[in-house]
Structures are given as C-alpha cells and as structure tokens.
Design a protein around this ligand. Structure first.
Ligand code: AR6
Length: 178
C-alpha cells in the first residue's frame, strides 16, 4: 500500500531490502558498525567486502544509537547505504521511541544531503533489538510522515518488511494517516 503526502509517497512492501533499486538503502546496524545478522548480515553479504572496509575506514569509532552514517553501496544497486543504529528495547522507559525516531530522521537528512530521491528502510530495531512491532510501526511512520510534510523530500520512502506480521503492523498504522 502507499500514501501520498504533498509531493512525497510512503510505500509499504514485503521482501528483501538488498534487492531494492533505490538511491539509498538503510542498514539496521549496531553502534560498533561491525556487522552482524539480520538486515546487517544480508546487506554486507550483498554489497561485498568493500562495504566493511569503507565503514571501518570512515567510522572507526562507530555511530551513536539514535543516529546514522553513510557509505557507498558497492555491489548493491543502491548508490548509498545509510547505517542506522536503533535502540535495544528495554521495556520502553529508556527513551527507545526517541532514539528510534532519531535514527530514522538522520537517515532522511542524509538522503536530502546526498540528493537521494528514493530511500528504502527496514523495520529498524524490530529483530534482534526486540522493539515491539506495533510501537515501532507507529514511531517509524510518524517520524517519516512528519519529515516529508516539513521538508517535501525525498520523493519516495519505501519500507521493506520481512514477513506478513511486520507488513500488517505497518499497514494498520499507515491507514490511520489517510
Ligand atoms: N530485508 C528486510 N528486512 C529484513 C531482512 C532483509 N533482508 N532481514 C531481516 N529483516 P534486525 P535490529 C527484518 O535484527 O533489530 C544485527 O545483528 C527483521 O525481520 O536485522 O535493528 C545488527 O548487527 C526485522 O523485522 O535489526 C545489530 O547488532 C527487521 O528487519 C542488530 O542486529 C530488523 O531486524 C540490530 O537489530
């Protein structure tokens, strides 16, 4: 499904984020930027070893939680990878929503800085990091909608969701924006 906000669109899709032909794809990274499982493992496998080499070279100190950094996409069809660090879920009282929102917002700022017209996000923090999917959908979609309404770009934001559960959760929230 998709919803239009002025000149911009939020689209929900099911699938593998590494297969997206978008200007930028977002990685669900850890603060050390040292690779891992889930989206992170899939993106590094698909992009090839140059991605880790460039990440280590540019960001030897990693990236703080609630933010993101950019590299090239190497073997991916995306031009850029934005490595976003979401919070580990700790019950909801440790600023998780603000940190998750910050990670999405920084990726959108990077998209604007790099003149990207399209960006694909996974559901950051909802795998290994344990963020409840319904809350993550609310925080993520609200952050993206507010940014698009303020900034009017990037033109296309696609959430690429793994499995029907995550897709359904995001659809339920996006429907409330129509
Ligand atoms: N495409 C789209 N979504 C995917 C894919 C894929 N190829 N693979 C998994 N997902 P996760 P996190 C979904 O664990 O919770 C790593 O080890 C998955 O079902 O990748 O932010 C990092 O190195 C879930 O809904 O990221 C960090 O240490 C969502 O993507 C840590 O995990 C995010 O799951 C980050 O944990």
């Amino acid at each position: 499904m998709h919803v239009q906000f002025n000149e911009c669109q939020i689209e929900l899709a099911q699938g593998d984020i590494t297969e997206q032909s978008m200007d930028a794809v977002v990685n669900a990274a850890n603060s050390g930027l040292r690779g891992g499982g889930g989206v992170d493992g899939a993106i590094h496998r698909a992009a090839g070893p140059d991605l880790m080499r460039e990440t280590r070279r540019l960001y030897p100190d990693g990236c703080e939680t609630g933010s993101a950094v950019s590299t090239a996409g190497f073997e991916l069809s995306a031009k850029y990878v934005f490595h976003a660090v979401g919070p580990v879920w700790a019950g909801g009282g440790e600023g998780e929503a603000e940190l998750l929102s910050g990670a999405y917002r920084r990726c959108l700022e990077l998209a604007v800085e790099h003149d990207c017209t399209s960006i694909a996000f996974p559901a950051i923090s909802t795998g290994v990091y344990g963020h409840p999917i319904d809350l993550a959908a609310e925080t993520s979609l609200t952050t993206v909608r507010d940014f698009l309404l303020e900034q009017g770009r990037p033109g296309l934001v696609r959430f690429v969701l793994f499995g029907g559960g995550a897709y359904g959760a995001f659809c339920r929230v996006l429907e409330t924006f129509i």
